[in-house]
Write a protein that binds this ligand. Structure first.
Ligand SMILES: Cc1ncc(COP(=O)(O)O)c(C=O)c1O
Length: 447
């Protein structure tokens, strides 16, 4: 029955959305994308400042990716990936292993980030089971961490917002207090940090060693948990501690891989090769869904046996290793190689960081401006001096996001954090424009 709210016409239930908001703010009806811009049906342009949920690397409708996918489309659009393989998957595996840290030698494909995490957790436990240790079935994860929203992934999510409502539906793993560099409980600053907070991880590994299969973390930046950044030294310590305990280090690089933190993969900055690396999002340049888990010979060998029923890794998705997605990923990795993207990004990253710092330096509501590579975040508080956040009912971040939309930038907030994670093809002029829009929007909302 129509009640005037408009809800009867809402056929599509959008993710991560309070649908009632669409009474006042209907979803923007997007028509097309070109480079860093999204265009709605009325022709309004929006700078895609968050790369469409952190997936887009080289701009929308990138001609090099489009060409490769188009070519693949008329050759082989999809094929079962059990018992068959194909050229884009073979090329992609070779390209991935060529850029990954030495020691990672096997590629297992899935089709979205959460499923890569599921696969890594299952593979980790099953490898121990195959080696005669079925009791190793638990995982440590960091508070504020986020690893996706399927049941297994929620079990290792420290982020209350996404996981708490569904607690009865999943097995909760073991949470360890994660680094909190904004309000360091050890009284350190980012400059004086000696990763004292790692003691909590050490203690947890010690306490649960016998039942643990591994530890899962988002290297360097806990993105969905609020763009919380912590130093590489933490990862280096984690590598040492997990090796000593004989358990797995699972690096979820789904959001931070492929250059987001400045290096190809975040773990490189710690000189730490994980036992599992989960990848997705930027892998196809933001074109098509794809994910994978990279792992080691040791893990692979634990499954190598005579029968499917005995020791094989039974985990599959219908669209595993889709040829179109693999072709898009090959084109993406080719761009990295041909354009020497990681080196070329250095100056642009510095420009973005300075542009944001310059605009926000005098803003009295800024608790911290932080950056790691392409990720720059501005955390806003009602009163930073007293450590007082805004009342969440004030919807401060959301109002800033709406104000930025009107000005032509897609700056979707994370709580009261305004962050920038644009495609790598953004120019200095566009960065200036984006930073101006951001500060003007903050001023409009906060005065
Ligand atoms: C670190 C991390 N892991 C896993 C996921 C889940 O990926 P997907 O949304 O493709 O399931 C995300 C998504 O934001 C993520 O940021």
């Amino acid at each position: 029955m129509a009640d005037g709210s408009g809800r009867e016409s809402m056929r599509i239930w959008h993710p991560c959305t309070q649908m009632k908001d669409h009474e006042a703010y209907p979803p923007v009806f997007m028509d097309r994308g070109q480079g860093i811009y999204l265009y709605d049906r009325e022709g309004n342009a929006y700078i895609d400042a968050i790369s469409s949920w952190w997936v887009n690397l080289f701009g929308h409708a990138n001609p090099r990716i489009v060409e490769r996918v188009t070519e693949q489309l008329s050759r082989l659009e999809h094929v079962i990936f059990a018992g068959a393989t194909h050229a884009p998957a073979e090329e992609l595996a070779e390209r991935l292993l060529a850029v990954a840290m030495p020691g990672l030698s096997r590629v297992f494909f899935a089709d979205n980030g959460s499923c890569a995490v599921e696969a890594a957790l299952k593979m980790s436990h099953a490898s121990f089971r195959n080696l005669g240790h079925p009791e190793k079935c638990r995982f440590l994860f960091l508070s504020n961490g986020y690893h996706g929203e399927t049941a297994g992934a929620l079990g290792v999510c420290g982020d209350r917002l996404y996981a708490a409502p569904f607690k009865p539906l999943f097995i909760e793993q073991i949470e360890v207090p994660g680094p909190d560099c904004l309000a360091c409980p050890h009284g350190r600053t980012r400059e004086t940090c000696d990763t004292e907070c790692f003691a909590a991880m050490e203690a947890a590994i010690d306490a649960h060693k016998a039942e643990l299969a591994g530890v899962i973390v988002e290297p360097l930046v806990q993105c969905a948990g609020g763009m919380r950044m912590y130093p590489p030294a933490y990862l280096a310590k984690l590598r040492r501690a997990t090796t000593e305990a004989g358990i797995h280090f699972i690096a979820d690089e789904i959001a931070v891989g492929f250059g987001r933190t400045g290096s190809m993969f975040a773990c490189e900055q710690a000189g730490a090769t994980p036992d599992f690396m989960c990848l997705s999002k930027g892998i196809t340049g933001g074109t098509l869904p794809l994910s994978c888990v990279l792992t080691t010979d040791a893990v692979f060998d634990a499954f190598y046996h005579d029968y499917v029923e005995d020791k094989a890794f039974l985990h599959s998705h219908s669209y595993t290793g889709n040829p179109l997605a693999c072709a898009a990923a090959c084109a993406t990795l080719r761009i990295f190689e041909e354009d020497d993207v990681i080196a070329a990004n250095v100056a642009r990253i510095a420009y973005l960081q300075e542009a944001v710092r310059g605009r926000f330096a005098g803003c009295k509501h800024v608790a911290e401006i932080r950056n790691t590579g392409w990720i720059t975040a501005v955390e806003l508080y009602a009163d930073p001096g007293r450590g007082e956040p805004f009342d969440w009912r004030s919807r401060t971040g959301f109002r800033i996001y709406r104000a930025a939309l009107r000005r032509g930038a897609w700056l979707r907030n994370l709580g009261d954090i305004v962050y920038f994670m644009p495609p790598y093809v953004i120019t200095n002029e566009e960065i200036d424009r984006l930073a101006d829009i951001a500060i003007d929007s903050v001023r409009e909302v906060l005065g």
